[in-house]
Structures are given as C-alpha cells and as structure tokens.
Design a protein around this ligand. Structure first.
Ligand code: M6R
Length: 366
C-alpha cells in the first residue's frame, strides 16, 4: 500500500505532481482561459461583495492560509485575515454578514476549525470549505466548498495536502481576480499557463532528492534550525520548520527573513543551520543581503534557490535548486525540498516518520 516507498510520507511527497494535477483537473482550462469551480461560480456574488475574507485553520492548513493571504491580496486585491481557528473561536471576533470565511482542513474533522465555522455561521458569514476528505464533517458543515482531491494522506506530517490546498486557493484567487477586474486577461492567461506547468516542475524539484539526502546527513545532529523566507515564501519557512519539528523532534523556527535582526540573529553561530528560501522571484536581493548578515556571523546557510542561481551559491554552504516559476507559485516548489529534508533527517535519526510521538492525524479534540 506504500507503493514501494519505505514510508507513507515519502510516497505522498512523490505523489505531489499527480495530486496537484488532480486538484486542477476539470477546473483549470488554460487554453480556453477559464477556471471552473461550482462552489465559487454558484456563490460569486458573496465573494465579490465581501468586505474581507477570513481564513481559519490549524497547523499546516493554517500555513496554506497564510500563503493564500499573499495570493488573494496580491492577485485579487481582496483583504484577508488568517486566523488560528483555536484563537478565533474564543476571541469574540468581529464577524459580519459581509465576511466570507474560508476554512481549510485536510481531514475535515479538526475540532477547533469546526467550532470556528459554527461561530462564523451563527454570525451570518458565508463559510466556504477547502477540505481533502470527501464527506467529512467540515465539508458538510460549510455553505459551499472545493475539495483538494489529493487522495488519502496517511502520514501524520502533511505534505500533498498542503500543496493541493495552495493549488485550490490559487484557483479561487485567480477566478476572483478575473471576476472583479483586478487582473487583466493576458496576466490571467499567463497565470493559468504557469499553473499547468507546476506538476512537471515539482517532478523536477523532486529529482534533487539524492543531493538533499547529503545535506540532511550533514545537519541531522543540529539541535536548533532556523527557516527564513520573505513574501510568499515566509509561510513556507514556517511550514519547513513545522515539518522538521514534528517528525525529527529537532527544534526549528520559521521567521520572515527581515525579522531576524529583531532578535533571532542572536542565536546564529556555526552550530546553527539556517535554511533560507531565496528564489529569483520575490525580494531576491533583500534575501541575499539577509544571507550575508548570517554568513558574517558564521551561520551555516542552506539556500533554496532558482535553478542556475549564482549570487546565493557564492555565499551559501549548500544550495538546493527548484525550477523557475512566477512568484505567486513559488511556494508549490520551494516546499518540496524542505519536505524531503525533514523526511531524510527523521529517517536518519530513526524516528517514526509516519506516526510521530504525541501526534494524531486529525485533532478531533480541542
Ligand atoms: O486536518 P487539518 O488540515 O485540519 O489538520 C490541521 C493540523 O492538525 C495539521 O495540519 C497538522 O499540523 C499536521 N500534522 C502538520 O503536518
């Protein structure tokens, strides 16, 4: 059932090219320049008249929500708030009938996310679900929704659920951007074409596996790791750190790269690997100067870079390449090496990769 892979997590990482394709199959019609999603089409007025979108989720799904905040605001010019479901539900939040709430959940059973949905519905908000498990409680409780169609995710560490959630949210943002006029036809077409190329590029990114294994071998005994990214890749840094923590039990933190100088830079020494997402699109020069600051404090740098990169390669201790794409789609590629890295480190440390201690696949208690 693991399809020849040693662990479900590795199988699911490698399933991502197909999973992403399954997510947009029948929805993304690049040649025609159409995105078809019944859950959005049937409720388009709700979205177009919304004052803002509030995204509620937990864990990795919350990270997908953060990526979506960049996508929705940048492409569709709709204000977005991203909330931990557990905080939102107990905060007496201000919710109105003009709010659209998007709940993201792989399992569709997360207790806090479900409670957040019920609260939002009771205040009259329109609630849209992005779930993977068909027929799950959250899928049933929401007013409308879109499935990720990633197929079953067994490994406790979420991998393909994350990239397919981002894919669905990208489709929604593009659809709204087109509908509300914040994106021109030609830019829209370009995005659709680029999205269609993503599965092949994920495949390409997966080819770095052997190289990533060597990097994992070098840093597997680290006690602390830092993950940095900016813009669209700041949430990817958070997700990279979560993945390492939950399966290898190594302490890791994700930060927006520029926040480093407001505290975490004090931690940097030769014992501290810093994984920096530094793709060509998106604040590249600024990230390169962040990297130089780390280097001058003897930090060890592993750069996640665009294929053919030179500047980061010159300063970093190691680089891992991912293919080039448009900025908004980079998270779908930069996530891949960070998943593989966590996986290999956990295997080398002989941890239970698919069922890490103290964790459950779906958190049905608050
Ligand atoms: O099923 P959900 O997406 O609602 O689950 C949310 C989190 O519990 C989940 O993403 C968790 O953080 C994963 N173990 C992360 O890999």
């Amino acid at each position: 059932e693991k399809g020849g892979y040693e662990h479900f997590m590795l199988k699911e990482i490698h399933e991502q090219p197909n999973a992403i394709r399954d997510t947009y199959r029948g929805r993304l019609l690049a040649k025609e320049g159409i995105i078809r999603m019944a859950g959005i089409d049937d409720n388009i007025e709700k979205f177009l008249n919304a004052n803002r979108i509030i995204i509620v989720a937990c864990g990795t799904s919350w990270h997908a929500g953060l990526v979506a905040e960049y996508i929705f605001e940048d492409l569709a010019r709709i204000p977005v708030e991203v909330e931990y479901a557990s905080e939102f539900r107990y905060r007496n939040p201000v919710i109105t009938e003009k709010d659209v709430v998007i709940a993201i959940s792989q399992s569709g059973e997360t207790a806090d996310t479900l409670a957040a949905i019920k609260l939002a519905k009771s205040k009259g908000a329109f609630v849209f679900g992005v779930c993977n498990v068909v027929g799950s409680t959250i899928a049933r409780e929401t007013n409308a929704g879109a499935y990720t169609h990633a197929g079953p995710e067994i490994g406790v560490a979420s991998t393909k659920a994350f990239t397919t959630q981002i894919t669905v949210l990208t489709l929604i943002a593009l659809k709204l951007a087109k509908a509300n006029g914040s994106m021109s036809n030609s830019v829209f077409h370009h995005h659709l074409q680029e999205l269609e190329l993503i599965p092949e590029k994920v495949k390409e990114a997966l080819k770095a596996d052997e190289h990533i294994k060597k990097v994992a071998e070098i840093y597997k005994d680290a006690k602390n790791c830092l993950y940095l990214g900016r813009g669209y890749n700041f949430p990817v840094a958070l997700e990279g750190a979560l993945k390492l923590k939950e399966i290898s039990y190594i302490h890791a933190e994700g930060y927006p790269a520029a926040e480093m100088k407001h505290g975490p830079i004090a931690l940097i020494d030769e014992q501290m690997p810093v994984f920096v997402i530094a793709t060509k699109k998106g604040h590249y020069e600024k990230v390169v100067s962040n990297i130089q600051e780390i280097k001058s404090r003897s930090g060890k740098i592993i750069g996640i870079v665009t294929t053919g990169d030179v500047d980061v390669k010159n300063v970093a201790d190691h680089v891992i390449e991912v293919p080039e794409t448009i900025e908004s789609l980079t998270p779908l590629l930069t996530t891949i090496p960070l998943q593989l890295l966590s996986y290999h480190i956990a295997v080398m440390l002989e941890k239970n990769v698919d069922q890490p201690r103290n964790l459950a696949k779906s958190v049905t208690v608050e």
